[in-house]
Structures are given as C-alpha cells and as structure tokens.
Design a protein around this ligand. Sequence first.
Ligand code: SF4
Length: 428
Amino acid sequence: MVKVARVLPDSIADELGIKVGTELISVNGRDLHDFLDWEFLTAEDELLVEARQPGGDEIVYGIQRSEGEQLGVTLEPPTVRRCANRCEFCFIEGLPTGLRRNLYIRDDDYRLSFTYGNFATLSNVKDRDIARILEYRLSPLYVSVHATNWEARKVLLNNPRVPNIVEQLARLADGGIQFHCQMVVVPGLNDGDVLEESLSDLWNLGDAVVSGAVVPVGITQFSHLYTGKPMDAAAAGALLEHVARWSERARRERGANWVYGSDELYLLAERDLPPAEHYGDFSQIENGIGAVASLRSRVAAGLDDLPSMDGRRVGVVTGKAMAALMPELIAKLHTATGATFELIIAENSLFGPTITSAGLLVGADIRRALTDRRDLSIALIPAETINDDGIFLDDVVFAELRGSLPIPVFPSYDFIDVLATEAQAVAA
Ligand code: SF4
C-alpha cells in the first residue's frame, strides 16, 4: 500500500475523487509496496486501481487515459531502507550530536540509488529485490563497492554477512543492469592489491560497469569508529597511479577513461586536476568527480556575460580545500568585471579542521566570516551549504542569517549564476 500526499487539481486523480490520505492498494491486480511499484505499474494506459479512501471505503477505479497523460498523484515519501553495515569511515557516524534527526539516517536503498543516484552497497538486497531490479530495469545503479574482495569488503563494511558483490553485480549485469561504482579507500585496507583486484573484477564485468570512482576516506573529528590511518599525500598519489594505469587501458580498449580519481584525491596528492574533457559526461560529478573541472568550464563560458562591476568589492567564502584553486578563477572574474574579489577561507566549526570542503561549511561559519564586513559590496557563499528548505547543516536559516549580515549575501554555484544578474543590481 502507498498513500497519497497530494492530488494535482483537475488531474485524472482529482476527477476520480482520489484524496490526500487515500491508500492505493493495487494496480491491475498487483499489490503496491512502494513508489517504484506505483511508477512502473501505472505505466499502462488502462488501469484498475484498488484504493481505500480516508474514511475506510474501498473502491476500484477504472482508468483509461491517453498516452502520456499524468494521473496527478504525489505519494507520501517512502520509508527509507536502513543500512545494515557499520563502516568505520561512515560519514554519518562522524557527525556531531545535536543535528536535526534526518541527518542521522543511514540509508542503503537501491531504490534511491536508481531514483536519485544515492550510493548503495546492495548488502541488504534480497532475491526478491534483485528480481524487482531486473523486472523494472532499475539501471544504472550507483554502487558503493569499496572492495570486490569478499573478506576485505566484510572488514570495510564492518558486516560479516555482506553478500559477494561480484556475484550480485554479475547477476544484475546478466539482466542488462549497469552501474556507476565507487571505492572509498582506507589506507592499508582496500588500496594496493585489493584496489587492483577490485578494478580488475569491475573491468571484467564489461559494459555493465559504466564508471568507477576512487575516493579517499574522509573522517571528521567525531568519527569515533575509525581506527585506520588518515589519507596522506603519498597514499593519495599511489591511488592516482592505479587510476592512471586503468584509465589508460580503458581509453585504449574502450575509448573512455572509465575510472576516475575524485577531486579531493588530486588535491590531497597535490597534483593538477585533469581538464573537463577527461570526465566525459561527468557521470559521477555529484560524488566530487570532476566538480572543479566543471566549475572552471562554467566560469570560462560565462565570463562574456558578466557586467562591469568596476569599483565593487566581492567577498568569496569557501573552504580550505578550494583555497589553492580559487585565485585563478577570481583573477578571471576580476578581468571580466573590474571588481575586486577577496577570498575568505572559513574553517568548519561543526566538523572540525579535517573537513575542508566548501559545501560542508555551516551557517555559523558564514556568520563568523562575514560579520562586520561592511567594506564588501556583496558576498558569495557556496550554494551547496544550504538545503532545498534554505537551511544550513547546523539548522541556521539562510534567510535569517542574510538579514543579520551587513551586506547582501548570495548562495552561488559557479559565480556566474549570481554575478550575471542579481549582484549587479544590488551593487549598483
Ligand atoms: S554503508 Fe557504511 S558508510 Fe554507508 S551509511 Fe552504511 S555504515 Fe555508513
């Protein structure tokens, strides 16, 4: 059963009398268990939908619709499948206490992997789930492999009951499912020969593995489970050697790089980041693979659209990770606009100094960085720090923070998005 959260006015559902709170029980005789069933089973144009109204009345709707016509129903959010692992490097285990509750949910859900690109380990996937993935062709899936070596994976996921990932992937691949895979690498656990084995096993799955990512372990000062070593420049450099060897082979034999190091890996290893062409269609950009190259491209492409901002002073708040990469970008912005840009490096007060990513800065960090900065015309902050509800990770509300600061503040993804429009109007 799935429950209706919203009915679009004048839609088929509205005309039928489906209401908020209506329980949808089955479609064409097949029981509904979640949003995936609803999405896939209602793909037909002729439907018999068994439902229970909020008052308890059961009813069967016969629906005939023209091709592409929406039913007009939004479902209540699904119950997320919880993770059965206890990885030492789990970021959620490395969160401080006192944050809002939903930040502590450790999801490991193949459905969200397909729908939103969340990484899942598949360690809680049962035979019936495999059958479902195959029937609905849930492809591509984003899979946290970490290691294909079964014993190593049990240690990494801290779960002796994890299934054999190579067998799982092979079974799904036989049914036409493809994957984007990641290996979060813990020095001494899944680097070296274990990483080589993982890349070899994934390579042998052929076209089923569309891309692989090698990501360094990231720990905070609260990562109480972690007993491994931190990733240093030498370890990061060694990982990039594996990546370089395999991507060279992939280019030769398959025409694309196939495996990528995360941006953070290059920064840790103090190596230059590859250009945008290296990343193909940026299939793992949400995983920090090619995000800097993409930013550089977007800035370069947008410079001509920027207005003159002569005499203005623009503050750019970022984390330490981006500090070395920013001067090159803001020099270009200065040339294009005439404005003076000041880089403001903020330290993460919530996670501690080991977390240097701009996207994880919190409201308190932004406040500290910009309080009393009346000398600036405007300030840009990383847009990734704020969720869809306009709230930072530390529950500070962006609108309230903005109201308390002495200058206009804009969340920005790539400078151009703000400077081309709003900033000019405010600073004029
Ligand atoms: S799979 Fe590991 S890292 Fe992911 S949520 Fe579970 S314990 Fe955390």
